[in-house]
Ligand binder design. Structure first.
Ligand code: A2P
Length: 285
């Protein structure tokens, strides 16, 4: 059975935003990062279990059908950005002006309801990889979301000596969500206690931008192919013995990086057949 969290509304905001559904959860926080990106947190059903890196279907009620007047849920796959131990759920989303869901979702406020189908799935999970020394998280744009979960997951640091997170975005502002999250790990008392003091020192963060000046310009794919990224990170080139990788970004990026990993000798894994890398497409409305 799913929990239905109560929604408190002020007098000035008395009209319900949408029908209360059995699967609805309540928004607890909304943060707008740029005019294209926002993140939000919501209540989590106490019965819902998931593995860090998985995704779920979430959404809102759609507009009424012009003929029948019926409303149907409008759902999309979203990576869960919070780790499996968090008592709430966090998501990181793009705002597509004409996107059927995100054009509405970007206006959500604390106390609003969001539909959640609590059936998590996905391949960006530790179970789909065989043991290795170093894990690479490759993200573009909102593809950072599953890594926001995995970077706060104790198993990431139990399984690997080094954790490299690359994030390529168009502008510097689009890096802020990831940067702040990574910087906060150093001061996270709970994680330092649970995982081990200084666990965050295993992280090597490599943010790049492509359409606005920043400390590092360029696509990660080009920076790896030229050897520049290895040099700056101080690591050996990708190899099947030591390296494991997870990819999450736009389709062209996923395909390009997948080909690069295959060329380096890494094999794609799955829940049913763990191997050396896994890939998942970031949500786009
Ligand atoms: P670029 O600006 O050169 O297209 P988007 O917001 O369109 O999803 O893109 C997010 C980031 O991913 C952008 O910085 C974009 O760079 C980059 N990107 C797009 N395609 C690729 C690719 N095939 N390989 C590497 N990076 C890519």
């Amino acid at each position: 059975m799913n929990e239905i969290a109560p929604v408190t509304q002020s007098d000035s905001d008395a009209a319900p935003k949408m029908p209360t559904l059995p699967d609805a959860q309540t928004v607890t926080e909304v943060k707008h990062w740029t005019d294209r990106l926002f993140s939000f947190r919501m209540t989590r059903p106490t019965t819902m279990r998931f593995r860090s890196g998985e995704f779920v279907m979430i959404g809102l009620m759609g507009d009424p059908d012009p003929k029948t007047g019926k409303v149907k849920p409008l759902l999309r796959a979203y990576s869960i950005a919070s780790p499996s131990w968090d008592e709430e759920l966090e998501f990181y989303s793009i705002k597509v002006p004409d996107g059927p869901l995100t054009s509405k979702l970007q206006h959500i406020k604390v106390g609003d309801e969001i539909i959640l189908r609590p059936k998590p799935v996905g391949t960006l999970v530790h179970d789909a990889l065989i043991p290795g020394k170093r894990i690479w998280f490759f993200a573009t744009g909102t593809g950072f979301a599953p890594f926001a979960s995995l970077l706060r997951e104790p198993q990431t640091y139990e399984d690997y000596d080094e954790v490299i997170i690359t994030h390529t975005c168009r502008t510097a502002g689009e890096l802020t969500y990831g940067r702040e999250l990574i910087e906060a790990l150093e001061h996270d008392e709970l994680l330092n206690e649970v995982i081990g003091d200084g666990f965050w020192k295993k992280i090597k963060y490599y943010p790049t931008t492509t359409r606005e000046q920043s400390a590092k310009m360029g696509r990660i794919t080009d920076l790896i192919n030229s050897g520049e990224a290895y040099k700056e990170l101080g690591v050996e080139p990708l190899c099947p013995q030591n390296d494991r990788a997870m990819i999450c970004g736009n389709l062209a990026f996923n395909l390009e990086l997948k080909a690069m990993l295959e060329a380096a000798g890494l094999e794609e894994g799955a829940n049913s057949k763990p191997a050396q890398y896994v890939v998942e497409k970031a949500f786009l409305d």
